[in-house]
Design a protein around this ligand. Structure first.
Ligand SMILES: [Zn+2]
Length: 457
């Protein structure tokens, strides 16, 4: 059985929604395009699904064989690992293929050692993964103080999205080197002044947790390249290989038990079936060590007020909310109000829309646009700034969880939260593009994150 990257066209939006509700296909929801003969979207589908969908009247443009191309990417990682070690071995700027799981951890540890040890600190996450790996994060900050805002970057949540840890390691390497040498950083047409960089490190706390799901990433890099979930063992009695694992980005405590909260007709990209290849939500909210680690950062560093979770693909910068369309006029219509259970998740209706304060939305969009401009300055790619809910809703995701914390508990900090979906749908194997393309993506997203750190007050 092979999985193919495909572009699927349905006659109307209802047909597109059927892909999720009826055919159980996870679509790249931000790739939806209105085309002359209906709606078109990117997805990864098996031979069997191609036959079913074609028979049902969908038009399919079959792109690359994702498994076969994934094996090529895996061999590039192996070749790089086998090459003789140089002093630059862990430098993303010098790399010719993705860092593997151990190299990401090694690169993080190297950044916390001298000569950077006066402003970097390695943080050991408390929950070992199912395969007993220990994860680390890095704090980048010189000095301390009451009013410093915390900025938290997360990556490597979805196993097959190989580039996010590389982006974050590059960000760390570039930022700490520039600070140490008191030099500016230039990416494309944008220059980040040495003084701006000094301000970030001396007046804010930057937290980078680059590889949240090392078990899954290792499995994707060495076995099944299209793997997305973690590696939780399959429940008893489930013998198929796809019955392993939980989708970490459906496991957070935000409307987690989605059948209770959402309209049964809505095309939500979540599943209660452990054997769902992509979006199994897990046995309970925050059941997974990987989720617990990501949440532990918010609990341990309560001054975190900004959060970006890196994913791929579709060239988007997404802000809250993901469960339904935003509204700012009815505070009582919100995710905590049980009167709206069973009504959430339908786009373009009046039955339910999620409340966000108008002032928050303004700030959320402005910061997203800062990232967008800096990304564009790298090589001209225009990422779309949009609300996370774009026709397809989600629940249990990191960005909605992070922003909901202060609404549930007023003692907690308000966290402006984003998901970046890096990389174009036109790339072959868009979850792990060929590394020459990935390096361009690494540059542009790094530029966006630097601009974000400067703009975050
Ligand atoms: Zn993802």
């Amino acid at each position: 059985m092979s999985r193919y990257h495909a572009r699927i066209t349905g006659n109307d939006f209802a047909a597109l929604a059927d892909l999720v509700t009826k055919y159980k296909i996870t679509v790249a929801r931000h790739t939806i395009e209105k085309v002359s003969d209906g709606y078109c979207v990117d997805a990864h589908v098996t031979d069997e699904q191609i036959t079913t969908l074609t028979a049902a009247g969908y038009k399919l443009e079959q792109l690359e064989d994702a498994d076969a191309q994934g094996k090529v990417r895996q061999s590039e990682v192996r070749a790089r690992k086998a090459a003789p070690l140089t002093t630059n071995a862990l430098s993303v700027a010098a790399a010719t293929a993705y860092l593997d799981v151990e190299q990401v951890e090694a690169a993080l540890a190297a950044e916390s050692a001298a000569p950077n040890d006066s402003f970097t600190q390695l943080i050991k996450l408390p929950h070992p993964t199912w395969e007993k790996r220990t994860c680390h994060a890095l704090k980048i900050a010189k000095g301390s103080g009451e009013k410093r805002p915390g900025i938290y970057f997360l990556g490597g949540v979805h196993a097959r999205e190989w580039g996010s840890p590389d982006i974050l390691i590059h960000f760390v390497q570039l930022l700490s080197n520039a600070y140490r040498t008191n030099t500016p950083i230039t990416i494309g047409t944008r220059t980040f002044d040495a003084m701006d960089i000094r301000n970030v490190i001396e007046t804010k706390d930057v937290f980078v947790f680059p590889q949240a799901n090392p078990d899954g990433r290792n499995y994707s890099m060495t076995a099944e390249s299209m793997w997305r979930k973690n590696r939780r063992p399959a429940p008893a009695g489930h013998t198929k290989p796809q019955c392993c694992g939980v989708d970490i980005n459906r496991n957070y405590n935000f409307l987690w038990n989605f059948p209770q909260y959402f309209d049964p007709q809505c095309p939500i990209q979540n599943s209660t079936d452990p054997c769902d290849y992509q979006v199994y939500i897990g046995p309970s909210a925050e059941s997974e060590p990987e989720t617990k680690n990501a949440v532990w950062m918010f609990d341990t560093y309560p001054h975190i007020q900004y959060f970006v979770d890196l994913h791929s693909f579709s060239e988007d910068i997404l802000y809250n909310w993901g469960d339904d369309e935003d509204q700012s006029s009815h505070p009582d219509i919100n995710f905590q109000n049980p009167a709206y259970d069973g009504k959430r998740g339908i786009a373009s209706d009046q039955a339910y829309r999620e409340y966000i304060e108008a002032g928050d939305k303004k700030i959320a969009v402005e910061l997203a646009n800062e990232m967008c401009d800096a990304i564009k300055a790298s090589r001209g790619r225009v990422y779309k700034t949009e609300q996370s809910m774009s026709l397809y809703p989600t629940a249990g995701t990191s960005d909605d969880y992070a922003y909901s914390r202060h609404i549930i508990d007023a003692k907690k900090a308000k966290v402006f939260s984003y998901t970046i979906e890096w990389g174009s749908k036109h790339n072959s194997t868009p979850f792990h593009p060929v590394y020459s393309e990935m390096k361009q993506i690494i540059d542009e997203v790094t530029s966006g994150l630097l601009a974000f750190c400067i703009a975050a007050k």
